[in-house]
Design a protein around this ligand. Structure first.
Ligand code: MN3
Length: 247
């Protein structure tokens, strides 16, 4: 049938609506997905692209540190992990990274350092955002207030754990197997999913306090790096992890 001018207009209108719908589904929905109550992103065995640019976190971390940290340090852990799973015959299709960390005593020190290092960094990148996102309501804020007294008191306690970790390591907020929030720290690249770690539970928030994470800008002033860290915490992600970890 030959299209009349009316039908052609209608066709164009409908096409425009269809295009708008495609644009919506390809750009808006993935962003919304990050803030839904669905499960947080799974951390696999390979390094994923950063969800922002190297220079986007300058409120706390300079671009050069981000680039070296991501392309050298974190990429190194991912590469060494890929070697270790071949040597130690781990099938990544049948053993998740979380399962491997939960049984880390069965593997070599190389596996411990690099499975932990890779997981911790992927987790860390997801924990940060250029968009200031304070926690203004919700179940996680209620739990923080209930357990620590206030958000400020929680931040002080977490910051103290990060400042007092001797040498290299991480500070953590975890949900324990008793479903309680807890703050702790781990040495080197140990991780709260490891049975041998100093701090155990489901990780909700982690802060890298290795010198490579802050030294170019802060030198010996780890405390200043920790203070600025609060400006780039991705609270919607932390809350998503909390809701997923609650039974
Ligand atoms: Mn690091």
């Amino acid at each position: 049938m030959k299209a009349t001018p009316y039908n052609r207009r209608q066709f164009l209108t409908n096409s425009a609506k269809a295009s708008a719908a495609i644009v919506l589904s390809s750009t808006v929905l993935p962003v919304l997905a990050n803030f839904s109550a669905s499960a947080p992103p799974t951390i696999g065995y390979t390094q994923q692209a950063l969800p922002y640019g190297y220079s986007d976190l300058q409120a706390a971390i300079d671009a050069q540190t981000m680039e070296i940290h991501f392309t050298k340090h974190a990429a190194g852990y991912a590469k060494n992990l890929s070697e270790a799973i071949v040597t130690e015959k781990v099938n990544p299709l049948t053993t998740s990274l979380e399962q491997l960390l939960g049984n880390i005593g069965a593997y070599s020190p190389k596996m411990r350092n690099n499975a932990g290092g890779h997981y911790n960094h992927e987790f860390f990148w997801q924990s940060l955002t250029p968009n200031n996102s304070p926690l203004s309501a919700g179940k996680l804020l209620a739990a923080i207030n209930q357990q620590f007294g206030s958000m400020a008191a929680f931040q002080t306690q977490f910051s103290d754990a990060a400042k007092s970790r001797f040498g290299s390591g991480w500070a953590w907020l975890v949900l324990t197997n008793k479903q309680q929030l807890a703050i702790g720290s781990t040495s080197n690249q140990d991780n709260p999913l490891m049975p041998l770690a100093d701090c155990k539970g489901t990780p909700l928030l982690g802060l890298d306090v290795w010198e490579h994470a802050y030294y170019l800008r802060y030198q010996n002033k780890r405390a200043d790096y920790i203070t600025n860290f609060w400006k780039i915490v991705n609270w919607p992600m932390v809350e998503q992890r909390y809701l997923a970890a609650m039974r």
